[in-house]
Design a protein around this ligand. Structure first.
Ligand SMILES: Nc1nc2c(ncn2[C@@H]2O[C@H](COP(=O)(O)OP(=O)(O)OP(=O)(O)O)[C@@H](O)[C@H]2O)c(=O)[nH]1
Length: 620
């Protein structure tokens, strides 16, 4: 489960290495930035293979993507690092530290922390696809970090590859000189040596002072079942070695280092880590929460006067409730969340109680994909059956008494009479799409209350910049975007600003009882449509019972939609003839089992599947 590369080695103990610190001029720290699927992981694997990091037997497909889900979905979630040794054409042997970065918009934060630990980046662009929205987002972050950027055109083995066109596109759209871009095929290995040569000749070596007080940037930390907390650091000044007592500058907590090492990608214990080097430390730290990403680690006895500049903290933008289907699983869910958080500090949770769903947790995520991944890991790795409530954004509710409340859960919305105004987060979205799909995309953005800011063309590709309410994006925007563009549109966003909106809480009532788990906040103009759709859907999903069931959608006290489920008695024993009491009992037992999966609303029982289906529904 931990995303560490330690998992990849069958022998879980670290291998010891006696080599001393590397000369600064022979170090290059770099990351690979790319849009999803442009071949970043394939290139990383090739580099590892070329530099002899793993034997063929150990070389699994895409070593850097070590989590199962990553493998299946083919996306990179956690930023990871590998030290490579490269004998260059100039006769010197270089140490190359590769920081892998995720390409997806939800993980922009992880990209930023990898970039802060490097001096340069390889910008990988698929030569058959061209520049995409996330290429832009990532490259701008690299530029912000003063990176030297080497454009790499990948997949030139494909007949559809148009390297010259993409080279020009990089220059036109990004404004980056691509005349000396490296042409490669990460799949066949073509051009890999050119990439390595470009790294050593074009990237600057790191700067640092061995004699200065220790300053190491904490890049990542995770819990490893065998090693405990493993902390990934980039040393800026001074030297890290076993036995040294170090201090976390933000908290003042001190720990004695037990071991230092590097990933090759195997865990390799080394005597020390000097300036410019990236590696791990193990220091008897009990909890990952004690290791704040972006913190500076210093020598406890000779502390540095100033910490290094940290990272911008990641802020969860999407919230939802997670509830166990079986209430008895609650302690298990609580422990599992705590374990997941050990390895993912960007994910937040707190206990929540719902009249509908019982005890659970309100969880905050960096985005929808992050939510899906956490949910899937809980179900898969921890064997939990979960109900996820509709994702919601963080609203700012201004009350008539002058107070401002951040609302993470629609169920907590104050009385309408106490509300002065509600503000919602808006995003600035960049969409890149071939121009033939522009029409439906413009319509989609307009339907979602979008405001167009810009529309430009580079060749036959349109770059569209829109302001959109995040609330309209969290439901099914990605899916819709992909379907109306047949998968050709790429999308990236950043949270822009809070703006006042005509927002209302839509409640769903079943026989007069509000179902808190189905409450949502919607724009007034969409409320009726959504309310009606929810009622119709619930009518199909709630099984008929002994009495009539009224399903209503309401805003405050005003009912805006209604459906009725007519009465019926479901006699499960009807097909038993004669007096076969054991069979009758069995059937009744079975019915009871089924009922466990139901939730009681006043006198109405609603099956779990109805919640799930209703919650999955988009707003149109
Ligand atoms: N034909 C061809 N296919 C390639 C090449 N490089 C990568 N691919 C394929 O492109 C797909 C995506 O490659 P990945 O390396 O997983 O892409 P990535 O950028 O790491 O994607 P994420 O991890 O999702 O960010 C895979 O199916 C690769 O086999 C190449 O040079 N030529």
């Amino acid at each position: 489960m931990p995303p560490s590369l330690l998992r990849l080695v069958s022998n879980r103990r670290f291998i010891a290495c006696k080599s001393a610190m590397t000369d600064l001029s022979l170090i290059r720290n770099f990351s690979i930035i790319a849009h999803i699927d442009h071949g970043k992981s394939t290139l990383a694997d090739r580099l590892i293979q070329r530099c002899g990091g793993l034997s063929d037997r150990e070389m699994k497909d895409q070593v850097l993507d070590s989590m199962d889900i990553e493998r299946e979905r083919g996306i990179t979630i956690k930023a990871q690092t590998v030290r490579l040794t490269y004998p260059a054409k100039d006769g010197k042997t270089y140490t190359l530290n590769l920081m892998d970065t995720p390409g997806h918009v939800d993980f922009a934060y992880e990209v930023s922390r990898s970039l802060a630990a490097c001096e340069g980046s390889l910008l990988v662009v698929d030569a058959s696809q061209g520049v995409e929205a996330q290429t832009l987002a990532n490259v701008y972050q690299a530029i912000d970090n003063n990176h030297e950027i080497i454009p790499v055109l990948n997949k030139i083995d494909l007949p559809a590859a148009e390297p010259e066109k993409v080279r020009k596109q990089i220059e036109d759209v990004i404004g980056l000189d691509a005349s000396n871009a490296v042409l490669i095929s990460a799949k066949t290995g073509l051009g890999i040596d050119d990439v390595l040569e470009a790294l050593v000749t074009r990237l600057p070596p790191p700067k640092g002072d061995t004699e200065a007080p220790l300053r190491a940037l904490l890049i990542d930390s995770w819990y490893d079942a065998y090693q405990g907390v493993v902390t990934l650091v980039r040393v800026k000044d001074g030297v890290l070695k076993a036995g040294l007592k170090v201090r976390m500058m933000s908290t003042g907590a001190a720990h004695v280092i037990e071991r230092v090492g590097v990933f090759t990608p195997k865990g390799l214990v080394v005597p020390e880590l000097g300036p410019g080097e990236v590696g791990f430390i193990i220091a008897g730290i009990k909890e990952v929460a004690d290791c704040r990403i972006g913190d500076t680690i210093t020598d406890d006895r000779r502390p540095a006067p100033e910490p290094l500049p940290g990272f911008k903290p990641s802020v969860p933008v999407v919230f939802c409730g997670l509830f166990p289907v079986d209430a008895a699983d609650y302690p298990n869910l609580r422990d599992s969340l705590a374990k997941l958080r050990l390895n993912d500090a960007s994910f937040q949770y707190e206990p929540e109680t719902s009249a509908a769903l019982g005890f659970g947790f309100r969880c905050g995520f960096l985005g929808l994909l992050h939510l899906e991944i956490i949910q899937e890991r809980l179900e898969r790795e921890f064997n939990l059956d979960l109900i996820t409530t509709a994702p919601s954004v963080v609203y700012r509710v201004y009350l008539t008494n002058g107070e401002m409340k951040e609302l993470h859960n629609p169920a907590d919305m104050p009385e309408v009479t106490r509300i002065e105004k509600i503000e919602e987060p808006w995003i600035k979205a960049t969409i890149l799409v071939p121009d033939e799909y522009l029409g439906p995309i413009l319509k989609l953005c307009e339907d979602r209350r979008g405001e167009q800011i810009d529309l430009t063309y580079a060749g036959n590709r349109a770059m569209l910049v829109y302001r959109l309410p995040l609330n309209e994006v969290v439901f099914d925007f990605y899916d819709r975007l992909k379907s109306v563009s047949r998968g050709y549109a790429s999308f990236d966003y950043q949270v822009d600003a809070y703006r006042e909106g005509d927002l209302v809480k839509l409640s769903i009532l079943v026989n007069g009882e509000p179902v808190d788990a189905l409450a949502c906040i919607v724009h007034k103009t969409h409320a009726e449509q959504r309310g009606r759709a929810l009622c119709t859907r619930l009518k199909e999903l709630i099984p008929r019972q002994l009495f009539k069931i009224a399903i209503q959608a309401a805003i405050g006290a005003k009912v805006i939609a209604r459906e009725t489920v007519s009465a019926l008695r479901k006699d499960v024993t009807a097909k038993c003839y004669g007096g076969d009491i054991t069979r009758k009992r069995k059937l009744l037992e079975k019915q009871k089992e089924g009922k466990k999966k139901m939730r009681q609303y006043g006198s109405v029982e609603i099956p779990q599947s109805a919640f799930l289906a209703a919650l999955k529904m988009g707003d149109d």
